[in-house]
Structures are given as structure tokens and as C-alpha cells.
Write a protein that binds this ligand. Structure first.
Ligand SMILES: Cc1cc2nc3c(=O)[nH]c(=O)nc-3n(C[C@H](O)[C@H](O)[C@H](O)COP(=O)(O)OP(=O)(O)OC[C@H]3O[C@@H](n4cnc5c(N)ncnc54)[C@H](O)[C@@H]3O)c2cc1C
Length: 409
């Protein structure tokens, strides 16, 4: 087990500097253009693939880095460049993580590399869980998966919404309910291979921020996938459903729920790190601006009111990063999240990004309100960080349940 250290070490520092170079030289200069176009920045994903930033290997290396903070460092640097392009680059990992967490070795070997494609022919993947009537309440999913035993096929029907890369992905991972009476415990995840008939893109959303990242509805209408596309396999699903039915019949226990919670706790710091990247970027712009903008014959930072704003911004960003690093290290070293430390990190980092970017706009005055300066975009981008991957309210719910042991509603 690696000892927690705030020095990421030479290897991780080199990765950070390399990613920072890509973020500064490639991502940041392209950010305004792709934000306006509201399209997936395929050429930038391809550049990332060519130098090894967009690949399964890269994320696996960061995940297994002994420092425990490989993923947050990577996320912070890419999203410091730009959050929309950052999400276009890392959105595939949502689906990849679903396969890595639930799939058999064979499924991982088949699907995970296909999700990224090759540097000459890059692909993206989508993770489709949310539905129009099931956002925070994931137990309410209506998309059904029915097993056709004669053909050893699963038949999927339903409408997914808010799917990052939905419809433009080669590989989609669709969460569906097999036994609705069991709520979240009656659900399973299915890989829908490229070109499967019946899967189509619904409306593409026009968004407030992270506009270079594609978000759309995905409709599955009589989609048939082979039995081997059920992640984890049928035997494991049948065992899991049998256990859930026993519990529902009164045997008690919350093992399944705890396993799902542990997965969320481990993945949330990565999202928190993205928010830290946005916040740091806006803070840096505001600090430079405050030192050079002159009003009343002196730089505006000479006013204690402005200087204190910057002091608070920097303090909150560093505090958010520390929470993110702690939770990420806990996940890497298999520590139990007794106080929902993963949710804490995402909650605090998301709220910090929203607050810091709004302070940055204020420090830039009228310029902060225009698209001539990047903080206006960063402010819009930050807003998603209190919404997706569990809203701030849901993080508070999880934390309050963890610290109290009570079924807070
Ligand atoms: C840009 C974008 C990308 C996304 N990408 C994906 C993706 O790739 N895959 C995917 O599956 N999903 C994705 N999502 C969906 C996202 O995770 C959901 O939007 C989010 O979980 C919230 O669900 P909802 O929008 O239905 O809000 P709701 O659940 O309807 O919540 C509305 C409000 O009610 C509050 N609320 C709800 N329940 C409670 C409660 N019990 N206590 C207190 N407050 C509560 C919420 O906090 C929120 O403020 C994405 C969403 C967006 C906007």
C-alpha cells in the first residue's frame, strides 16, 4: 500500500507536465471555437489519441499509479485546458468503467479497446443510465431487458436521456431493468455493439455549458443483443437477482447497495478533479487580470476587497483538491468510505468551481461577461458540476446517511 503523500513523485509529475503542455498548446486555444460550434471536437480527440492521451492504456496507467492520484492529476490538467473538450476526451471512460467494474475478463478484453478505436480511427463510447423519469432516482429506470432463451438474446426497449456521446458512440452501455420489482437491484448493464439495429439517437441537447461534449437521448426500440453482451454474464445476474429476492422477502442486508455505493465513492473524486481544473483555470485568469487592470490609478488587486476575493478563491481550490486527492488515494488503497469521502470531494469541488468562476467573472468586470475572455465559458461549464454524477443535494444525502447511519430522506 502506498503511503499518502502530497508529493506525487517524479513519474506523476512528468505526466502532469506533459498533460499540461497538451492542455495549454492544443486544448485551450481550440476551446472557444468548439464551444461555439457545439460539436464533438474529433480532430482534438484524434490528436490526444496520437500522443497516447486518448487510450485505454493511458487511463489504466493513471488508475494504477501507486501515488493514488494519477486520475485526479490527469483530469485537473485536461479540464484546466477546457471542460467541454476535456469531457469530449474523457467521456468514453464512463462506459469503459462500467465494463471494467461489471464485465468478465473476456468482455473487458473485447469491448474496452473498441470503445477508444485506434489513433487513425478514433471511436467514442456512451454510458446510458439516466431516463426522463429516472435521474437522481436511479431505481426508477423503465428501460426493460427481457431474455429470449430460445435465441440466447436480450431484448431492450426504452428511452435514455442525457447520454454523453449518446448516438455518436460506437459502443453503448445501456442500464436496464430485468426485474422492476427489485428496483436498483433488479437492473443490469448491457453492451450494445456498433451498428445494432433498433438503437437510435433522439434529440441532441443544446446546452448552457460543456458544449463541445455531445449530450443526447438514446432510444432502444426492440434492440436485440447476444447473451454475451450482458455484463458479468447470466449466471452472475441470476445469483444476484436470487439474493435480492431473498432480501426483499425479509432476509435483510444491504450488501448490493453497499457495493454500488463503494463504486460511486471511488469514481466521484475523478469528477471533482475536473471541477478543480475549471476553478484553477478561472482563478489564474482573474489573478492576472487583477494585477494588470488599473482603475483609480492602481491595479485593482491593490484593493483589499479584490485581493481577499482571490485569497478565498485560491484557498477553496486547494481545499477541494485535497479532498479529491484524499478520496482518490482511499479508493486506490481500498479504504472504506465511512463518511462518504468520495461524495464529499465531488460536492465541495463542484460547488467551488461554480463559486470561483462567478468570482472570476466579477473581477474581470464587463470583460468577464463577454466571450472575449474565457471566464464566461468557464462559468457556464462549471454549472454542470453540481448536477451530473449526482447532484449536490444527492451528495449531501449520501454524506448525511454515512455520518449518521440514519435513513435520511
Ligand atoms: C451534460 C450532462 C451530461 C450527462 N451525462 C450522462 C451520461 O453520460 N449518462 C447518464 O446516464 N446520465 C448522464 N447525465 C444525467 C445526470 O446524471 C442527471 O442529470 C443527474 O443525475 C440529475 O438527474 P435529473 O436531471 O433527472 O434531475 P432530478 O433528479 O429530477 O433532480 C432535480 C432537482 O431535485 C433535486 N433532488 C432530487 N431528489 C432529491 C432528494 N431526494 N433530496 C433533495 N433533492 C433532490 C436534485 O438535486 C435537483 O436539484 C448527464 C446530464 C447532463 C446535464
Amino acid at each position: 500500500m502506498s503511503t499518502f503523500s502530497l508529493d506525487p513523485g517524479p513519474d506523476q509529475t512528468a505526466v502532469r507536465d506533459w498533460l499540461h503542455g497538451f492542455a495549454a498548446d492544443v486544448i485551450r486555444p481550440a476551446a472557444a471555437e468548439w464551444d461555439e460550434r457545439e460539436e464533438t471536437p474529433w480532430p482534438i480527440i484524434q490528436e490526444a489519441a496520437k500522443i497516447g492521451i486518448y487510450s485505454l492504456d493511458f487511463y489504466a496507467q493513471q488508475y494504477f499509479d501507486p501515488s493514488g492520484v494519477g486520475i485526479p492529476i490527469a483530469m485537473e490538467e485536461l479540464f484546466w485546458g477546457d471542460a467541454g473538450i476535456g469531457l469530449a476526451i474523457v467521456g468514453t471512460t464512463l462506459a469503459a468503467v462500467a465494463v471494467l467494474a461489471n464485465g468478465t475478463d473476456e468482455q473487458i478484453g473485447t469491448w474496452a479497446p473498441q470503445m477508444f478505436g485506434t489513433p487513425d480511427d478514433v471511436k467514442v463510447a456512451a454510458f446510458c443510465s439516466s431516463e426522463p423519469d429516472a435521474g437522481s432516482d436511479v431505481s426508477a429506470l423503465r428501460t426493460r431487458a427481457v431474455y429470449d432463451e430460445a435465441k440466447d438474446e436480450w431484448v431492450l426497449n426504452g428511452t435514455k436521456t442525457w447520454a454523453t456521446n449518446g448516438g455518436i458512440a460506437d459502443v453503448h452501455v445501456v442500464v436496464a431493468t430485468v426485474d422492476p420489482a427489485l428496483g436498483a437491484r433488479g437492473q443490469a448493464s448491457f453492451v450494445v455493439p456498433p451498428g445494432t439495429p433498433g438503437l437510435s439517437q433522439g434529440q441532441k441537447f443544446k446546452k448552457h455549458g460543456i458544449r463541445a461534449s455531445h449530450t443526447a437521448e438514446v432510444v432502444v426500440d426492440g434492440v436485440r443483443v447476444p447473451g454475451h453482451c450482458l455484463l458479468g454474464g447470466k449466471e452472475k445476474l441470476d445469483e444476484r437477482l436470487a439474493r435480492a429476492r431473498e432480501r426483499a422477502a425479509g432476509a435483510g442486508g444491504a450488501k448490493g447497495k453497499n457495493a454500488a455505493m463503494a463504486t460511486f465513492e471511488a469514481s466521484r473524486p475523478a469528477v471533482g478533479a475536473q471541477a478543480v481544473g475549471i476553478a484553477r483555470a478561472a482563478y489564474e485568469v482573474a489573478l492576472d487580470y487583477a494585477k494588470t487592470r488599473v482603475q483609480f490609478g492602481r491595479p485593482i488587486i491593490d484593493n483589499q476587497g479584490v485581493a481577499f476575493q482571490l485569497a478565498d478563491m485560491k484557498t477553496r481550490i486547494d481545499a477541494a483538491r485535497l479532498l479529491v486527492w484524499r478520496a482518490s488515494w482511499m479508493a486506490a488503497t481500498n479504504q472504506p468510505f465511512h463518511n462518504a469521502e468520495g461524495s464529499m470531494s465531488k460536492l465541495y469541488a463542484g460547488e467551488t468551481a461554480k463559486w470561483v468562476t462567478s468570482q472570476a467573472m466579477q473581477i474581470l468586470g464587463g470583460n468577464g461577461f463577454t466571450r472575449e475572455y474565457p471566464v464566461e465559458r468557464m462559468h457556464r461549464d462549471s454549472a454542470i458540476y453540481t448536477i451530473f454524477e449526482g447532484t449536490s443535494e444527492i451528495q449531501r444525502l449520501v454524506i448525511s446517511r454515512a455520518i449518521s447511519g440514519m435513513p435520511i430522506r
